[in-house]
Design a protein around this ligand. Structure first.
Ligand code: HXC
Length: 535
């Protein structure tokens, strides 16, 4: 029998059970479910394994707590009959969707099944995704996409394009309402990259995940450029060059485990606070290491991630974008059991300067935290914005403004600690009092000024230095005078721009106390449709 051009297989049963009895009907149900679960069949699954990949069902089983995954729409089949698809039947149609629990919390997910027509997105596969997207919004729960497919199903023409459009619309409407996470676990091309791009975080499995708008063949045809799949859109490319990937991890299981870890920091919706988790770390714990970890000389480098790990509960810091724009570090930790978003300038990369990539990276992170009620803790040690034609031509004005905008707009509790230098515009950007930060602390080693002493003296004493008999000693004297006046936190403290200068060893206690004081902070922005962040 043929319906809508699709050849429906008769429900055969070799077992001899009468199909009209309940036993026969249960056997048919079981057979149909097994057919769906088998995906593209043994050969296709074997090819999937040769590529070092798990199947969609196996991935979902790892993602969810044991036995909690409930599949939806396992029996859906495609409607197209063109290009021989009428002779094929794939219950589930290259997409496995459903819900389950992650650490006991409801979560939705969908996984492309590459073993069926390369995981390509058909019209009905898109309808399946839309169903779980809508459910995740209605009930308020995160949604995870496990992506492994070749984009829109070519045989279906515009119907499959519309499918991607439906996904993009829902991704956008869900943005800032429920956390959305995309995981690249195979080739992702065309529409398969823009859906994750609208989501909050992209994970890529090292050596397996690939993301690009157009693949190497199209590039060769259009421009003659030769590039491999991996160089073009592999995990390392997106981790370090483009910044498209927030997390790159070796192995599918470890990647999925990190997705679970990330979710443990996040609320289910923007209407909730993040979950509380007491790791047993004393909120009063002092950090004697901090006296030596951060050199007093502001020209010397150190790793700000050590300071972050020193203040958060049990040193657990989930860094986001760990390989991209390393001159700033962002990520999640807990302080006194509550999730915080941490942002720290990193003087061991490009002297911790703010450039285009660092501004984009931190701005997006700040906005994510603000969406989901995650207080921001900012550690400041920044010499300024990176000067140069490359940055100006690249639009540092627009991109740097993103970070200003993000901090100014954020209404979650904002706490900053200036560790050492905070000069000029970069001082204003990095969660300053002027942008609405709630608590601003500084270490005695902080230098809050318009610029560093040497640069300042060269500008304001240029003539005196040029006319001096002994240029070097005059410059040194003027620098020392400037440092005594401004290379400290005390002018800012006198003006109330810094609320207190604190012993570095007490940083953890002071930040946790500030977080507790701000726990019921409520602030709203002027009514508007939405702001116009400089994109
Ligand atoms: C239908 C597809 C398909 C697709 C792959 N297949 N992509 N079928 N529609 N989009 C099928 C193949 O025909 C093949 O079927 C099976 O999946 C496995 O594919 P292979 O090519 O054998 O696998 P591999 O060598 O690993 O290459 C995977 C791949 C490649 C890199 C994904 O298949 C590829 O380049 N596909 C096209 C990608 C693409 O251009 N997508 C853009 C679609 S347009 P058999 O039967 O032989 O096993 C789009 C627009 C949305 O997405 C725009 C939104 C902004």
């Amino acid at each position: 029998m043929a319906t809508s051009g699709i050849e429906i297989q008769p429900s055969t049963d070799d077992s001899g059970v009468d199909p009209r009895t309940i036993e026969g009907k249960l056997a048919e149900l079981e057979r149909r479910k097994a057919e769906s679960r088998a995906g593209g069949g043994e050969k296709a699954v074997a090819r999937q394994r040769e590529r070092g990949k798990l199947t969609a069902h196996e991935r979902l089983e790892i993602l969810f707590d044991d036995g909690t995954f409930e599949e939806i729409d396992a029996l859906v089949t495609h409607r197209t009959s063109r290009f021989g698809l009428g002779k094929q039947r794939h219950p589930g149609d290259a997409m496995v969707t459903g819900h389950g629990e992650i650490d006991g919390r409801l979560t939705f997910a969908y996984a492309q099944d590459f073993t069926v027509l390369g995981g390509s997105l058909s019209e009905v596969a898109a309808e399946k995704v839309v169903k779980v997207q809508d459910l995740s919004m209605k009930v308020g729960a995160p949604i995870i996409a496990l992506n492994d497919g070749g984009g829109a199903r070519i045989q279906e023409g515009v119907a499959s394009l519309r499918g991607y459009g439906d996904l993009f619309l829902r991704n956008t409407l869900a943005s800032g309402v429920v956390p959305q996470i995309g995981v690249s676990m195979g080739p992702n091309a065309g529409g398969g990259v823009y859906s994750p791009a609208i989501m909050d975080f992209i994970f890529m499995v090292d050596g397996i995940g690939q993301m690009y708008i157009t693949g190497p063949d199209v590039i060769r045809a259009v421009s003659g450029e030769e590039v491999t799949h991996e160089d073009l859109g592999g995990a390392r490319t997106h981790a370090s060059k483009s910044g498209v990937a927030h997390f790159v991890i070796g192995g599918e299981e470890a990647t999925i485990e990190t997705v679970r870890t990330l979710l443990s920091y996040l609320p289910a919706t923007n209407m909730e606070d993040p979950p509380y988790l007491d790791l047993g770390d004393d909120p009063e714990r002092r950090n004697d290491d901090f006296l030596n970890l951060v050199p007093v000389d502001s020209m010397q480098a150190y790793d700000v991630r050590d300071v972050i790990r020193g203040i958060v509960d049990n040193g657990e810091f989930l860094e986001v974008h760990a390989q991209w724009a390393r001159n700033i570090s962002v990520g999640f930790g807990r302080m006194g059991g509550h999730t915080v978003g941490l942002v720290g300038n990193a003087p061991d990369a490009l002297a911790g300067v703010l450039d285009i990539d660092a501004s984009r990276k931190a701005a997006r992170f700040v906005r994510f935290c603000d969406c989901f009620n995650i207080p921001l803790v900012t550690l400041v040690d920044v010499p300024g914005f990176l000067p140069g034609t490359q940055q100006e031509y690249g639009g540092i004005i627009t991109h740097g403004a993103k970070l200003l905008y993000a901090y100014a707009e954020a209404t979650v509790p904002k706490i900053s600690v200036t560790l050492r230098k905070a000069y000029g515009g970069a001082h204003i950007v990095m969660s300053s009092k002027y942008l609405g930060s709630d608590v601003n602390l500084a270490w005695p080693t902080a230098e809050i000024a318009v610029m560093g002493a040497e640069g300042a003296v060269n500008v304001i004493h240029r003539r005196a230095i040029a006319e001096a008999d002994d240029v070097d000693s005059t410059r040194a004297r003027l620098i020392a005078e400037f440092e005594a006046e401004f290379s400290n936190p005390y002018q800012a403290a006198q003006l109330g721009y810094v609320d207190d200068v604190v012993d570095p060893r007490d940083t953890r206690r002071r930040v946790i106390t500030a977080l507790r004081m701000l726990a019921r902070k409520s602030e709203s922005l002027p009514p508007k449709k939405h702001g116009n962040i400089p994109l």
